[in-house]
Design a protein around this ligand. Structure first.
Ligand SMILES: Nc1ncnc2c1ncn2[C@@H]1O[C@H](COP(=O)(O)OP(=O)(O)OP(=O)(O)O)[C@@H](O)[C@H]1O
Ligand SMILES: [Mg+2]
Length: 340
């Protein structure tokens, strides 16, 4: 019996030693707010000395934000927060077990640097590609107007189609890069929704006319939305373009608005090909396209709906979709009613 107890204590000592090897921080606080344990990593990360054990955390922890996380009463809830401490970014997880608090600290600075480098790379490459693509577009357009040979005309048309695809991909990547950058702020004004939808449709009317699709803008004349006009325009352009592209010849597209308690809900409804149930949760992912073969002939890169989601969320809103294969889809944009 005695031996068993001994093993247990020596096990515990070994375990505490092991916690000191970890490259993650662990800190425990007892019910009176006293630090009862801290491993080496947490000590270094928080700049605490050995004698912090036994002290009240209010005395020991200097970082204001971490201090507020620990002192806040979250009830039974476990908490996850990102905090900057001494120039590094940490993911802090706080668990409550009985009346004790267990805090886990992980340095996520390398992930942040990687994520930023990836974003910068996409953004820089997109910027660099913009000028040569614009030049190529210009050259192809000039050749198209001058070329008499029918065969060569065909090749120029193909080149023009491809260069336009590349151009819209680069534009979408730049929009995403801008939306993700911290400097990007919403510039909100009272946007006249009916006029906005009409002007977006004007740019897309050629798609509707080519396929005999009827477009109805049912938004009332006086309807205004307090939002970023540029971004709202990108959002609805993507939804209306999809509603036209994935429609049937002779189909219909309608845009209308309803209000519920917290949101203005703007719907873009089509009578198109619809989206299979299993694809619905995926369509807002970047580069996802339902059935590549069916969407190949309409072009596109699969970035549109991820941009739509991003913009709605940046406004504190959301996007929902209902669809039935062969019958059509309705995309609903929920924008919160905000004070103007
Ligand atoms: N209204 C719709 N009806 C049917 N399918 C749709 C509709 N809207 C989107 N989809 C499906 O969801 C996929 C993702 O749409 P998304 O707008 O993100 O990309 P895309 O239209 O393929 O390319 P782009 O980046 O040019 O918008 C589309 O490829 C299409 O298969
Ligand atoms: Mg699209």
């Amino acid at each position: 019996m005695k031996d068993k107890k001994k093993t247990k204590i020596s096990d515990l000592k070994a375990f505490l030693k092991f916690l000191d090897f970890l490259q993650e921080g662990i800190l425990t606080i007892d019910k009176n707010g006293t630090i009862s344990y801290i491993n080496q990593y947490a000590k270094q990360a928080l700049g605490l000395k050995d004698d912090c054990v036994g002290k009240h955390f209010k005395e020991a922890i200097e970082d204001n934000y971490l201090y507020s996380i620990i002192s806040h009463d979250y009830g039974e809830k476990n908490v996850k927060e990102e905090v900057f401490i001494n120039g590094k970014k940490f993911l802090i997880k706080l668990y409550r077990i009985d009346d004790k608090k267990f805090i886990h600290l992980m340095d996520i600075t390398p992930f942040e640097i990687y994520k930023q480098a990836k974003k910068d790379f996409v953004s820089n490459v997109s910027h660099e590609l913009k000028t040569p693509i614009a030049v190529l577009k210009g050259i192809i357009e000039t050749l198209e107007t001058e070329e008499q040979d029918e065969n060569k005309q065909k090749f120029l048309k193909m080149a023009s189609k491809r260069i336009n695809q590349m151009d819209s991909l680069i534009n979408d990547l730049l929009i995403i890069a801008r939306l993700e950058s911290k400097e990007d702020k919403l510039i909100k004004t009272n946007v006249k929704l009916r006029a906005l939808i009409s002007s977006i449709y004007e740019d897309l009317a050629h798609i509707a006319k080519a396929r005999n699709i009827t477009f109805k803008n049912l938004v009332p004349e006086n309807e205004t939305i307090f939002a970023d006009e540029n971004k709202l325009s990108i959002l609805f352009k993507n939804l209306i373009e999809n509603a036209l592209k994935y429609n049937k010849d002779g189909g219909e597209v309608e845009v209308f608005i309803k209000k519920n308690k917290d949101y203005k809900v703007i719907s873009v409804k089509d009578t198109g090909i619809g989206i299979p149930k299993k694809a619905l949760p995926l369509i807002f992912e970047r580069f996802y396209r339902v059935d590549k073969s069916r969407s190949r002939n309409v072009g596109g890169t699969g970035l549109g709906l991820s941009i739509v989601k991003h913009i709605a969320e940046a406004h504190g809103g959301k996007v929902k979709v209902e669809s039935e294969v062969g019958k059509g889809s309705v995309f609903k944009v929920y924008l919160p009613e905000v004070e103007k």
